[in-house]
Design a protein around this ligand. Structure first.
Ligand SMILES: C[S@@+](CC[C@H](N)C(=O)[O-])C[C@H]1O[C@@H](n2cnc3c(N)ncnc32)[C@H](O)[C@@H]1O
Length: 308
């Protein structure tokens, strides 16, 4: 980690009995499933590996990430040794760790929108790295707003802003992103890591309507989304080439799908095509400006404006 937040909340109690019980339930489920990605023994080894480090335990318990752990993954310096092999794999070789590239692209895109006097919002903000880890030297009047449904994340966002000397220009708001009730206040609203937990297209339009309304006319939304991956190469060898742009070896992909699919059953893997995201944003009253992908052509970030 290049820097850390001083305490680690949000993992619930680190109750060893409850974790063993959960692991036993997952093991039971794996044993009674006839279609696993890896051999049962290998799946059980991954399950055991996950219990060895706090991030793994958090994922197992929560089937997703909170602000703190998202920040932990994105701030991690690739290659830094970890105590657990599974954690090293997760932070360096998984598709999840590939999202670090998008986080940096997202921040670079935000940097271009920082102007003096601008009001910049992050929803959901988590610990608010996207807005806080920026240079405001040329924008002394810029104001930052972090909105999240999780009080612990907001407390960390405040701590984060203070540590960067931005405490006096940062406000945090405890709110549900679907019930923002904010009208025409923001010049830029950035949103990473919420839409992918929502499987329902109508609910996504609702979310984007809330964002559109919170923007000033002419204001901009910066949004990441997850596009559908190709089928696994072992199921559709004729499409195996499509995996090249993800930059992941087949054995790592198997481990990824076993870990996040079979074992954790992650809740955030709701995929939406660019065309559907464009349609949802249009329905919410936003005009798409551009969509940027990684060099390989994955992990899009879309920019849309509220018309004047
Ligand atoms: C994966 S984290 C992403 C945080 C941050 N945007 C980032 O990229 O680091 C997801 C965040 O969404 C928040 N969240 C979940 N449901 C929400 C809702 N309905 N309204 C607002 N925030 C929500 C969680 O508390 C968590 O902080």
């Amino acid at each position: 980690m290049s820097s850390t937040i001083s305490h680690r909340p949000g993992s619930g109690s680190e109750d060893a009995d409850a974790l063993s019980e959960l692991a036993a339930t997952v093991e039971q489920r794996l044993r009674s499933t006839d279609r696993l990605i890896l051999d049962l023994d290998e799946e059980l080894a991954v399950l055991a590996g996950l219990q060895e480090f706090p991030l793994g335990r958090f994922l197992l318990r929560n089937q997703g990430l909170n602000g703190y752990w998202t920040s932990y993954i994105f701030r991690y310096e690739p290659g830094t040794p970890t105590e657990s092999d599974t954690e090293f794999w997760l932070l360096n070789r998984s598709l999840l760790s590939g999202a670090r590239e998008r986080y940096h692209r997202f921040r670079a895109e935000i940097a271009r929108s920082i102007t003096d006097g601008a009001v910049l919002a992050s929803v959901p903000c988590g610990v608010m790295d996207d807005l806080v880890r920026q240079d405001y030297g040329d924008a002394p009047g810029a104001r930052l707003v972090g909105i999240d449904i999780d009080e612990e994340s907001l407390a960390l966002a405040v701590e984060n802003a203070k540590s960067r000397g931005l405490g006096d220009r940062t406000d945090v708001v405890l709110a549900d992103a679907w019930k923002l009730g904010i009208d025409s206040e923001f010049d830029l609203l950035v949103s990473n890591g919420l839409n992918m937990y929502e499987p329902d297209s109508g609910r996504l339009v609702e979310l984007y309507r809330n964002f559109a309304r919170a923007l000033r006319p002419g204001g901009r939304l910066l949004l990441s989304f997850l596009t559908p991956p190709p089928p696994p190469p072992w199921e559709a060898p004729e499409r195996a080439g499509e995996w090249e742009r993800y930059g992941i070896a087949e054995h790592d992909l198997r481990r990824e799908l076993a870990l996040f699919g079979d074992i954790i059953q992650a809740k955030y893997l709701n995929f939406v095509s660019e065309a559907d995201t464009r349609a949802q944003l249009a329905e919410a009253g936003l005009e798409v400006e551009h969509v940027g992908y990684s060099e390989g052509g994955v992990l899009p970030v879309i920019s849309a404006v509220r018309p004047l």
